[in-house]
Write a protein that binds this ligand. Structure first.
Ligand code: 6PG
Length: 285
């Protein structure tokens, strides 16, 4: 992690409206950290607090390292920041696969955020369905509702898998806008694991959503999400905030198939919701 936000030299290029391409994952993370700071300032100035949902997986690790660094940590009024999660694995917070655990190690113990402002998903609880209801009550306590009764975050970070999944919304019939739930607990067949996740209507009620997508293994899915039509649409494709902003911060490797010269072609059959692979073995699942 080189230099400070100020000598920021990785000026991104906008390859499509709302899609910024950075040289590498480091620059993507630094760009995301700058936006975090900007959006926190704006939300705290307007609402007195900043409600942000963090994504899981490995991609946000660099972002957390930047936010915890001397260059960025002091730019955020952490006492007015409330942290939530977009999804969680059904493992305890000390487990290596815990999204909360990673964020705690890389960010939360390194910044002066009050413990009461950290709202993790307790997806390891034996009754995960009740834990989901409990999380909905936490959202209800803190967040304003949109005109459809869904909680509005100021910012939601999302990642994307090589199969086009986002948060823990995996390709298939369960991903629907037609739900009144705010938090669901899908059983993910290909992982043989249960997850807890914000639902699509909540993702689409946000003021802003920032997708961080890096790596060549995601180029095909990113092309489909941004330039093609999958039937049914991929979960990442269905994230379209109703009254909000959707931005993609991607690296050159992930953007490889987005070039205007790249031929438009239909979504490959592999994006049909059957047992598509989830990327390299050994990734945090
Ligand atoms: C999770 C995530 C998931 C993640 C993608 C990308 O809990 O796994 O929320 O949606 O963002 O799988 O993961 P990587 O960043 O590890 O590629």
């Amino acid at each position: 992690m080189a230099g400070s936000g100020e000598d920021f030299n990785g000026v991104p290029r906008e390859i499509l409206p709302g899609v910024s391409v950075y040289a590498n994952p480091d620059e993507v993370a630094r760009g995301a950290a700058r936006l975090f700071v900007d959006y926190a300032w704006q939300a705290i100035a307007k609402h007195g607090q900043f409600f942000v949902a963090l994504s899981g997986g490995s991609t946000p690790q660099l972002l957390f390292a930047f936010l915890a660094s001397d260059d960025f940590r002091g730019q955020v009024d952490w006492a007015k920041v409330h942290v939530f999660w977009g999804d969680e694995r059904a493992v305890p917070p000390t487990h290596p696969n815990s999204n909360y655990g990673m964020a705690r190690r890389e960010l939360l113990v390194r910044v002066p955020i009050p413990q009461g402002n950290v709202h993790r998903m307790e997806a390891e609880k034996p009754n995960i369905g009740r834990a989901a209801h409990e999380y909905e009550e936490i959202l209800r306590k803190h967040l304003e509702l949109d005109d459809r009764g869904f909680p509005r975050f100021h910012l939601i970070f999302l990642g994307m898998g090589p199969d086009g999944h986002t948060a823990s919304l995996f390709p298939g019939p369960r991903v629907t806008q037609q739900t009144s739930r705010w938090v669901s607990t899908p059983m993910v067949a290909k992982l043989n694991a249960r997850r807890m996740t914000l639902t699509l209507p909540v993702l689409n009620a946000t003021h802003r959503v920032l997708f961080l997508v890096v790596g060549a293994e995601k180029a095909e899915a990113l092309r489909v999400v941004l330039k093609s039509k999958a039937d049914p649409p991929l979960p990442a494709q269905m994230v379209q905030p109703r009254e909000g902003l959707r931005l993609f911060l991607v690296d050159e490797a992930a953007a490889a198939l987005l070039a205007p010269s790249a031929p438009d072609r239909p979504a490959p059959a592999k994006f049909k919701p059957t047992g598509t692979s989830l990327g390299k073995p050994g990734k945090r699942s």
